[in-house]
Design a protein around this ligand. Structure first.
Ligand SMILES: Cc1cc2nc3c(=O)[nH]c(=O)nc-3n(C[C@H](O)[C@H](O)[C@H](O)COP(=O)(O)OP(=O)(O)OC[C@H]3O[C@@H](n4cnc5c(N)ncnc54)[C@H](O)[C@@H]3O)c2cc1C
Length: 267
């Protein structure tokens, strides 16, 4: 499946919204999940192939093979068959962020999917959603389907107020934005923000995604201090500081197992 860039729009200084259309998306079959994602294949500079590509890409020299990255489907427009993805642009490293920063109408991106696993439970008593810019698209999409009037606590980390985006929901939203640039301890901001949300009565539906270490600390807190059910909550890392996605995927399984052992041991 190949998407053709139709438009680009900077939502914040570090987030660019890209819409994809074209004949390559005719067979895109959306799922019901609000965290549904596509698996994008970015082509390294100098590679001897370009989208649409087949097996030749995986036979190329290692430095030229496609770089796999997951990105949330912020929106799928069934009538016009247009896919919207919000990409974080985070400096001069990596493939996806730099590709998105330079994308122009007509550019092609090869992708597979969608996958996904979360949609807000309409039976929950209230909702807790937390994360950073990388999970903002999934959180924004989830907020849009919440039942009217139900309480939703949201904790989000961004660089500063200029990186916030407007969030819409029929729910009763309480959004807490916290900012790295004005914090002495940016890596514990998410935990502190989640720790200070109002804890409503009844069963919460919890969605927390973002940087691995931050998400791990929040999960530990929510399980140990708030007694949430770790298995029925959607809490997992989307990326890891100081690791590119290849390095992170190589250790992710062991890292998740270790995080579970921490919980079991009450560490
Ligand atoms: C299911 C799923 C859905 C996701 N949805 C989105 C989405 O909708 N939008 C989105 O922007 N991201 C999303 N992500 C995260 C995204 O896949 C990763 O951030 C990815 O590593 C970006 O690839 P890259 O090539 O730009 O950087 P990489 O080559 O992977 O990393 C290069 C360097 O940048 C750092 N880095 C990576 N991501 C970030 C970041 N977000 N902020 C700061 N530094 C970073 C790394 O630690 C590394 O040091 C999602 C991840 C998953 C698993």
């Amino acid at each position: 499946m190949v998407g053709t860039v139709e438009s680009t729009e900077w939502l914040t200084p570090a987030m660019v919204r890209i819409t994809f259309g074209g004949p390559g998306l005719q067979r895109f079959a959306p799922k019901e999940f609000t965290d549904q994602y596509v698996i994008c294949q970015f082509v390294p500079e100098g590679a001897p192939y370009s989208p649409p590509f087949g097996d030749e890409a995986n036979l190329a020299a290692p430095e030229h093979r496609p770089r796999i990255r997951r990105f949330t489907v912020r929106k799928w427009d069934e009538a016009d068959r247009v896919l919207t993805v919000d990409f974080v642009v985070h400096g001069s490293e990596g493939y996806a962020g730099r590709w998105a920063q330079r994308a122009r109408p007509g550019d092609l991106l090869q992708m597979r999917g969608p996958g996904g696993g979360y949609r807000p439970d309409p039976e929950a008593d209230w909702y807790l959603m937390a994360g950073d810019e990388s999970s903002l698209p999934a959180i924004a999409a989830s907020l849009e389907v919440l039942p009217a009037g139900r309480s939703c606590e949201v904790a989000l980390v961004t660089d500063d107020a200029g990186h916030e985006i407007a969030l819409e929901s029929a729910a009763d939203l309480h959004v807490r934005w916290v900012h790295r640039n004005s914090s002495a301890a940016p890596e514990t901001l998410l935990l502190d923000a989640v720790g200070s949300v109002h804890w409503h009565r009844g069963r919460p539906d919890v969605f927390v995604h973002g940087e691995a270490g931050e998400v791990r600390a929040v999960r530990k807190h929510l399980v140990a201090a708030r007694g949430i059910d770790r298995n029925s909550s959607s809490i997992s890392p989307y990326w890891r500081r100081h690791h590119d996605d290849e390095t992170w995927r190589a250790v992710k399984k062991d890292w998740l197992a270790e995080a579970d052992r921490d919980l079991d041991a009450g560490v």
